[in-house]
Design a protein around this ligand. Structure first.
Ligand code: SAM
Length: 275
């Protein structure tokens, strides 16, 4: 990594506590360049000087670096598979073992759509099967701003366009051309800040002990170099219960070190089971 970029990332870490040093340098560069035209800077050196003179620019830089794009039931196939083949199996196993709770973690949840999507699927299954389990869904992100929006759960059409009409009617309320999740659903998810690069703990402190049945970590690994992906996999592996499921983004796979510790559940979607 070149010197200017390193100084810039150190500055960001000192001032905001965000550590982007594991991100792919080419990705960071592309993103930072977007701020050049907005600030009238022509290269990284002048942008660094600008940053030091304008502390507010740091927030805008964090915004372009943390890419928050998401939507309900993103990668519908994986969610359909979860609803048809995984959740019913987990529910049955829990019943047989008298295990009273189902634990889910959406790591890098952005504005919360992923966590609420799984909450909806669990509710739907509960309606059908009438099973009684304590449902604990934790959702985390490095970016406090998106977490605030996640807790509000008020979404534009673009976010909900994969939601089936009957689910939209059942779980959302229209509100000024947008759609808000009903309070009963909002209460199902516990949102908190957690940095997947941090060395402090392998699971969100709010979850106390990890031990998750399902973890979603979608579209986060793609931004990191392989070496840093390993650090994330270490967390995911430790936080999952044996036999638990890990859902990745479409372009993501376990690093070589973890390839044999997970079994891909089918050919069509990136869902892995801890062996
Ligand atoms: C593209 S979104 C993924 C949202 C959702 N998982 C999905 O696939 O639709 C990536 C999210 O990762 C978060 N993020 C980036 N670096 C992170 C880190 N080190 N720890 C936790 N979250 C991070 C960003 O703030 C952003 O909200």
């Amino acid at each position: 990594m070149d010197k200017d970029l390193e100084i810039l990332l150190n500055h960001l870490r000192e001032k905001r506590g965000f550590d982007f040093s594991g991100y792919r340098p080419a990705m960071i560069d592309r993103r930072i360049m977007r701020r050049f035209s907005a600030t009238g800077c022509k290269d990284r050196t002048s942008y660094l000087q600008y940053l030091q003179r304008h502390p507010d620019e740091l927030d805008l830089l964090v915004d372009v670096l943390t890419i928050n794009v998401t939507r309900f039931f993103r990668n519908t196939l994986a969610f359909d598979y979860m609803a048809d083949r995984i959740l019913p199996v987990i529910a049955l196993e829990k019943k047989t073992r008298s295990d009273p709770s189902l634990r889910v973690w959406s790591a890098a949840c952005a504005t919360g759509e992923e966590a609420y999507s799984i909450a909806i699927l669990i509710r739907e299954l509960q309606r059908k099967e009438k099973f009684h389990l304590a449902i604990n869904i934790f959702a985390t992100d490095i970016d406090e701003k998106v977490l605030k929006r996640a807790r509000r759960a008020l979404y534009p059409y673009e976010s909900i366009k994969n939601v089936k009409y009957r689910l939209l009617k059942r779980y959302f309320e229209p509100k000024r051309k947008r759609f808000q999740l009903i309070p009963k659903m909002r209460e199902m998810v516990d949102f908190s800040a957690f940095d997947m690069m941090s060395q402090k703990g392998y699971a969100p402190p709010e979850s106390v002990f990890g031990h998750f049945d399902i973890i979603f970590c979608k579209n986060l690994l793609i931004y990191f170099s392989f070496a840093h992906q390993g650090r994330i996999f270490d967390k995911l592996y430790r936080a999952l219960t044996k036999g638990g499921y890990l859902v990745l983004g479409r372009a993501e796979v376990p690093t070589s070190e973890y390839r044999n510790r997970f079994r891909k559940v089918n050919e069509c979607c990136p869902i892995y089971q801890k062996v």
